[in-house]
Design a protein around this ligand. Structure first.
Ligand SMILES: Nc1nc2c(c(=O)[nH]1)N[C@@H](CN(C=O)c1ccc(C(=O)N[C@@H](CCC(=O)O)C(=O)O)cc1)CN2
Length: 302
C-alpha cells in the first residue's frame, strides 16, 4: 500500500497571501484602503472562530475590517439592517456574509442586499449568474480554493468524473459550475449528491475526484471509495475529543484513516482547503477594492 499524497493547502495559501500583501501596499500607496465588512449571525463556536480568523488575517495584511455580529435569535431585521449599513458605508470596500444563517432569516433577501461590486463571495444573484454563465466577476473563496488546489497539485479534471457531495449555493453549486466549465481547470463531468441521493456509495465509488462539502463527519469512509480516487474534503466540523479540556478536533466528512488505502491523494483537515479559502477570500477583497477604485491595472504589478 502506498500512502496517498497529502494535498496540503498551507504552502499554496502562503504564496497567494504574499501577492495580497503586496497589492494591499500598492492600493494604500494610491490612498485606497481595502476594508472588509462582515456579518455573522450564529452561536456556533466553529463559525465564530472562522470569522475571528478572517479578521486576524485581514489585520495582519493591512486590510481594515468592520465586524457586525448579530445574535442567532435576534429578529431577521437585525441581519438585513447589518448588511444595509455595510452596503451604505463608503469606507467598506468589500462585504462578506457568513453562512449558514438561522432559518428565520431569508437568505435570498440577504443575497439581494449585498452590492455586486462589494461582493467577495459570489453571494449575489448577479454574481452567481455571471459565474454560471461563464463570465465570473468574483469566484467564491472556497470554490476557488478547491480549483486552485487541484490545479497546483496537477490533478487533471478534463474528461474525469468529479462527484461533489453537497448542493449549497456558496460552495457546491459554484464549484460544479467551475469544474464543468469549458477550459483549463474545468471540462469535468460533475455529479452533485445530496440528502435525497438514493445510493451515495454508487456515486462516490466511481468518482475520479471526490469533493465533500456536507458538514457531516464520517459520511464517507474508505469502503465507499474507488481505487486511486483524489479526495478533497471541504468540511471542517468541530467534534468533542477524548480530552474533555480541549475545545475538540476539527474533522471533515471523510473518515481519513480508512480513506488512506484507496485514495491516491487526500486533503488533510485541518490544513487542506481551509487555509486556501482564507487566502482566496483576502485575494477577493483586494481585487474588488482595486476594481472599484479603477486600479485593477496596478494589482499584481510588483
Ligand atoms: N459565505 C460563506 N460562508 C462560509 C464559507 C464560505 O466560503 N462562504 N465557508 C465556511 C467558513 N470559512 C470561510 O468562510 C472558513 C472555513 C475554514 C477556514 C480555515 O482556516 N480552516 C482551517 C482551520 C482553522 C482552525 O484552526 O480552526 C483549516 O481547515 O486548516 C477558514 C474559513 C463556512 N461559511
Amino acid at each position: 500500500m502506498t500512502d496517498p499524497t497529502m494535498l496540503a493547502g498551507g504552502p499554496l495559501a502562503d504564496r497567494l497571501t504574499a501577492t495580497v500583501e503586496r497589492d494591499v501596499a500598492t492600493l494604500r500607496n494610491h490612498d485606497v484602503v481595502p476594508t472588509l465588512g462582515t456579518v455573522l449571525m450564529t452561536d456556533d463556536p466553529t463559525q465564530r472562530r472562522f470569522m475571528d480568523l478572517k479578521h486576524e488575517r485581514c489585520a495582519s495584511l493591512g486590510i481594515e475590517t468592520v465586524r457586525v455580529d448579530v445574535p442567532a435569535d435576534a429578529p431577521a431585521e437585525r441581519c438585513y439592517d447589518a448588511v444595509e449599513s455595510l452596503r451604505a458605508d463608503d469606507d467598506v470596500t468589500a462585504l462578506f456574509v457568513q453562512v449558514p444563517l438561522p432559518d428565520h432569516v431569508d437568505e435570498q433577501r440577504v443575497r439581494s442586499l449585498v452590492p455586486a461590486g462589494k461582493d467577495v463571495d459570489c453571494f449575489t444573484p448577479e454574481n452567481l449568474g455571471r459565474l454560471v454563465a461563464g463570465d465570473p466577476h468574483v469566484v467564491p473563496a472556497t470554490a476557488a480554493a478547491v480549483v486552485r488546489l487541484l490545479a497546483e497539485y496537477d490533478v487533471e479534471t478534463a474528461g474525469r468524473d468529479v462527484v461533489v457531495v453537497g448542493r449549497d449555493a456558496v460552495i457546491a453549486r459554484p464549484l460544479a459550475a467551475l469544474l464543468s466549465a469549458n477550459g483549463p481547470d474545468g471540462d469535468a463531468t460533475v455529479t452533485l449528491c445530496h440528502t435525497a441521493t438514493t445510493d451515495l456509495t454508487a456515486h462516490t465509488r466511481r468518482a475520479d475526484v471526490l469533493v465533500t462539502a456536507a458538514g457531516h463527519p464520517g459520511l464517507v469512509d474508505g469502503s465507499m471509495l474507488g481505487e486511486g480516487v483524489v479526495v478533497v474534503d471541504v468540511s471542517a466540523t468541530r467534534v468533542q475529543s477524548d480530552d474533555s479540556d480541549s475545545s475538540g478536533d476539527l474533522v471533515g466528512d471523510v473518515d481519513a484513516a480508512s480513506a488512506r488505502e484507496p485514495a491516491s491523494a487526500i486533503t488533510p483537515v485541518p490544513g487542506g482547503v481551509g487555509p486556501l479559502t482564507m487566502a482566496s477570500l483576502v485575494r477577493n477583497v483586494v481585487d474588488v477594492t482595486g476594481r472599484a477604485a479603477g486600479l485593477e491595472h496596478v494589482l499584481g504589478a510588483e
